[in-house]
Design a protein around this ligand. Structure first.
Ligand code: BQF
Length: 295
């Protein structure tokens, strides 16, 4: 059994990006600049944007955190997005999800300039991804693909079973695994809450991507020997003994499933850190593509 070490690979990717930033600097070029918009004070969201800003600092990107109160109106947020779209200094930006309930997420995602949409959530970018055109691939599925690539996990002709059809993970990873790419060419089953007899699918799967958000959902008796397991679950459960008062738990019963798996991601330290690294990768790409447009 091989651990798909997202912590380690994400650090490699960050080092590679840092080297490119150094190169850009020595050529007198502007370094990539990522902005993040956070509306409200949701604890997990604060942690996530904090990680993103710190990662920017570590690799030499410029970063801007735009913190707005949870009383921000939809129009005020849309105005902020228009500012960021127009700001030539900003190469890419994200609006941290989830948004407060009084704000229409679809309207917000549509307002982001697709050329600065480093989360890849704009419908134009999602469509390009499905059509295998140049775009920004959403960071979590991009991170999963990169992890499989760097460990040389064979996907061609394999049966990949995705659990969960979210717009951010399940739906895009199901598309990417089926593309005619090096990491791709899988036969994909996208399962969800209305799937009948999920176990019949997971037992047949060569690769399982679980993006459900139910702790310890995937048990050893639901998988076959040699399965590749990617755990995208990150549920916070209270834990008195932990520094922050909680720990994060994946969808997979790691202790038992790992005994049957050929490759498996841990939680934490699997897909999560890859998400951050690929957001940075997309920001670098935004900078490089922006340069190409001006040249
Ligand atoms: C780790 C996210 C749900 C909804 C909105 C490292 C992250 C998580 C875990 C992280 C996530 C999840 C992010 C670990 C960003 C991934 O070591 O296991 C990093 O920061 N993530 C987000 O920005 O928005 C979310 C999940």
């Amino acid at each position: 059994m091989v651990i798909l070490d997202g912590k380690k690979i994400s650090n490699q990717i960050k080092d590679e990006i840092a080297a490119e930033v150094k190169e850009m600097k020595s050529n007198g070029e502007k370094v990539p600049h990522l902005a993040a918009v956070l509306v409200g004070e949701d604890g997990a969201s604060l942690t996530y944007v904090g990680s993103k800003v710190r990662a920017c600092e570590r690799i030499g990107f410029e970063s801007t955190l735009v913190k707005l109160p949870d009383t921000t109106t939809e129009d005020e947020l849309l105005a902020k997005i228009a500012d960021l779209n127009a700001d030539d200094d900003i190469d890419g930006f994200i609006v941290q999800l989830p948004l407060p309930k009084h704000i229409d997420e679809q309207k917000v995602l549509l307002a982001v300039d697709p050329d600065k949409d480093v989360d890849g959530f704009h419908p134009a970018n999602f469509g390009k991804m499905a059509l295998e055109m140049q775009t920004f691939i959403p960071a979590t599925p991009f991170g999963i693909m990169e992890l499989l690539k760097r460990y040389e996990v064979e996907t061609s002709g394999k049966h990949a079973v995705v659990i969960g059809r979210s717009h951010i993970v399940g739906r895009p990873i199901s598309i990417l695994l089926s593309t005619k790419d090096k990491v791709g060419n899988a036969t994909v089953t996208l399962t969800h809450s209305r799937t009948k007899d999920l176990e019949a699918f997971t037992k047949d799967a060569d690769i399982i991507i679980s993006a459900l958000g139910v702790p310890n959902f995937l048990k050893a008796d639901m998988v076959k020997d040699g399965v590749v397991v990617v755990d995208v679950g990150i549920t916070r459960v209270p834990d008195e003994t932990a520094k922050r008062g909680y720990r994060i738990v994946g969808d997979v019963d790691f202790e038992n499933v790992s005994k049957k798996a050929s490759y498996i991601t841990p939680v934490p330290g699997g897909v999560g850190p890859m998400t951050i690294a690929m957001l940075l990768k997309n920001t670098l790409l935004a900078r490089q593509r922006g340069m190409a447009k001006k040249a």
